[in-house]
Design a protein around this ligand. Sequence first.
Ligand SMILES: [Zn+2]
Length: 434
Amino acid sequence: MNEIWNPEYETMSRDELRELQFKRLQMTLRWVYENVPFHRERWANLKLKPGDIRSLDDLHKVPFTVKADFKAAYPYGLFALPLEKVVRVHASSGMMSNPTVMGYSRGDLSTWSELCARVAVAGGARYHDVAQIAFEYGLTTGAFGMHAGLERVGVTVIPASTGNTIRQLQIMRDFETTVLVGTPSYVMHLTDVALESGYDFKDLKLRVGLLGSEPWTNQLRTRLEERTGMSACDIYGLSEVIGPGVSFECWNKDGLHINEDHLLVEVIDPETGEPVPEGKEGELVFTSLTKEAVPVIRYRSGDLAGVSYRPCVCGRTLARHSKVYARTDDMFVIRGVNVYPASIEAVLLDIEKAEPHYQVILYREGSLDQIEVQMEVAPSFFSDAVRKLQSFQQHVEERLRQELGIRPRVRLVEPKTIPRSSGVARRVVDNRGV
Ligand SMILES: [Zn+2]
């Protein structure tokens, strides 16, 4: 199981790695200073030049970049290369306002596939595997990134894309898929449909799941692994930084290794912007070290995790961040309490008889914000006495109250009541504004 795609970089000594990072950082800072007016002008206001950054520790002098900067620069304002040298464009899925637009040079595409090859191999994929990619092939980065990485490893890639669940299962059986790439919520949906339509995962050849694009808990991992028989690893990335390939789990599944030779990570207090100590949770901030078309400088990801530099049993020296359960923009505030959907998921999946499908509805009653958690339970459940149902409901409400600090209303619903998505699951519906 333990194979490393690029041992030279993935197991480099920390001292060598820091030296390499600093050399690449200097190049990147000079590159954006010369080619991106946005950065040059901001630094000029601070009387800052690339040469003022004399060590990795000086990086804090450079201002953060945030998603709004990408939106303001829409579409090509943050590009460091003219369009004629850009061979690919991706964009975020957000259609409410300007999407964030990403460009890749030929060199960037090569870097990207290298990083995703590491992800694939660490999760257990090998050249003789057959990988089915159930991410959407479109403007977003997930499918194309993993596609290139898996091909680089020599894996046979099936670009199944999203949707058409029965066909996905048919492909999985007939093409003898061994590696499945997708969002955890969609894979869970696949297992439901499989059950109903007579596909038995025991008859399939699935071995490895490379799952990501949304926060998910270890409880959901356990359910998925039980149902499918595959080993599921978390993969993490953001389109602004490069797409998938930012970080990945190894077989140890204890944090995600960050591709630090290409990306510098910082963890900051999201309120103050100050660094937090090793291991403590904060917002992940990324600086690209080798990107040509759209380098990112101290990009605030909005994702919360802690970073550890402890060596991993797999032999990689790359730092690890904890599983991202929450994005700062996923969080909702209800009656003054900060709530993350993932903490609700963790409670629900700890409860026996709960199905891994749930949705959180926020609404207003008079002037008071209310929270309702709808959870699916097995059909047999509804044949129980009303008293039993009520006591189960109260039990779940109490468990949630202990975890969240507020008591939500719990509504038990029949299977398939909650809408399924073929991409990223919609866990929270906020009706308070309407
Ligand atoms: Zn490891």
